[in-house]
Design a binder for this molecule. Structure first.
Ligand code: SF4
Ligand code: SF4
Length: 417
């Protein structure tokens, strides 16, 4: 009988409220690929009724860990915590995490190595590899497809941004591991917006990956090692701002000991919520606006908990951003899941892109994994459009209103205040 405590799985009352929200159930239409089915598997295994064979692990491994089920569960089954616990026990019993996951997790803490790999694999790379190149091993093609053009390089802060450990009372910016290399534009935009608002912000240099990749794959020691390093880097910070909702939960656990945002010595805040809180009442608003649609990442629904933050924030600036996608509309990224299970990822992406976003629209998303997956899909389909973090839109709007500094996308032609 396994020693891990999965008794909370018995709180499930089999009501099925979670089923329409589960992306893997939506594509497989199989009870064992649903939250309810997976909870029943966990329960049976923990009682010693069911053997943990390959079929058992397959159903659990295909779970995205998106926790959309948890966010709608009337019985408050702590699905994410149960899954993390199960995976930790799996690792403790000697079943290793997939090799590709371990490579991705190691790269997360090594931005220079990640940038180098991106420049070798990426579409603009010196070696000329395209994601479809026959020279590239099949297992690396999905990874190569994610690397955006232009060639990635490790992030450097713009001149004038204090690059120092957080001191008591600071607002500090969390960079993310993959984000700082593969999508640094939103970070630069956020720093420009904060500078325009005269909000002093520091960037602790010794910060590292939030640990989500390790935590959700059951690699507890590694997650705690990263958490300890981030605690040292952000010690004293009053507010830590994170742009990527995929990092939010793990970063909160690392810095505050809990995933929910409670008032305390340190808060970890999603960037749009932070900006909504600090923006002054009278703002420059857009008179001519680009076409915007919002893709809401699973983690913005299930962890950040304020999926309306983006339309609300942009609405204050006179911008309309229509929702794009549907419930159970995972883009197929889901951390390392999309690379480990490309067939499931492709089925999820096909579902998410039906219907596709309006031609030429900018797709706003608050998570780097989704941004990379959506960008890869745009490139694959040779479809006009851009993937932006909402902060880039605000930067673009404000940069022009404040004197013509070039914004990330140059979308606005006229401003009014
Ligand atoms: S919503 Fe909660 S209680 Fe209902 S079936 Fe899903 S996990 Fe079980
Ligand atoms: S975490 Fe996501 S994929 Fe896994 S069972 Fe819940 S809703 Fe489905």
């Amino acid at each position: 009988m396994p020693e891990v405590d999965l008794s909370a799985s018995r709180r499930c009352v089999r009501c099925a409220a979670c089923l329409p929200h589960c992306p893997t159930y939506a594509v497989a239409v199989d009870e064992a690929e649903s939250p309810r089915g997976r909870l029943a598997l966990m329960d049976a295994w923990s009682r010693g009724i069911l053997e943990a064979n390959d079929e058992f692990w397959g159903h659990l491994d295909r779970c995205l860990g998106c926790r959309l089920c948890e966010s709608v569960c009337p019985a408050e089954v702590p699905y994410g915590a149960l899954l993390d616990r199960l995976r930790a026990s799996e690792r403790a019993e000697g079943r290793p995490a997939p090799a590709l996951h371990r490579i991705l997790r190691r790269l997360a803490g090594r931005p220079q190595a990640l940038a180098l790999l991106g420049r070798v694999l990426g579409p603009g790379a010196a070696l000329g590899f395209r994601p479809t190149s026959p020279l590239l091993p099949a297992s690396l093609r999905p990874l190569a497809a994610l690397v955006p053009d232009p060639r990635p390089r490790a992030w450097r802060p713009p001149a004038g941004v204090p690059l120092r450990p957080a001191a008591t009372g600071d607002v500090a910016l969390f960079l993310g591991c993959y984000a700082r290399v593969l999508r640094p534009e939103p970070l630069r935009a956020m720093l420009r917006v904060l500078t325009a608002l005269e909000i002093p912000v520091v960037v602790p240099p010794r910060q590292t990956c939030c640990g989500a990749l390790a935590r959700h794959m059951g690699e507890e020691k590694e997650a705690e090692r990263l958490a300890a390093r981030n605690r040292r880097a952000f010690a004293g910070a009053r507010t830590v701002v994170a742009l990527d909702t995929g990092c939010l939960g793990s970063l909160r656990i690392s810095l505050t000991g809990q995933e929910t945002q409670e008032a305390g010595a340190c808060e970890v805040v999603e960037a749009c919520r932070f900006l909504d809180r600090i923006l002054p009442p009278h703002l420059p608003t857009a008179r001519v606006a680009p076409r915007l649609v919002v893709h809401t990442p699973c983690t913005h629904r299930s962890v950040a908990g304020n999926p309306d933050a983006v339309p609300h924030l942009l609405g204050r600036l006179g911008l309309e951003a229509a929702p794009w996608g549907r419930g159970a509309g995972c883009c197929g990224a889901a951390g390392s899941h999309g690379l480990l299970y490309p067939e499931t990822a492709a089925a999820l992406a096909a579902r998410a892109w039906a219907p596709p976003p309006p031609e030429g629209a900018s797709i706003l998303t608050t998570n780097v994994g989704c941004a990379l997956a959506l960008g890869a899909r745009l490139r694959l389909d040779a479809r006009p459009g851009k993937i932006c973090h909402p902060v880039e839109i605000i930067d673009d709007l404000w940069s022009r209103a404040l004197g013509g500094v070039t914004g990330c996308h140059g979308m606005f032609t006229k401003m009014g205040g």
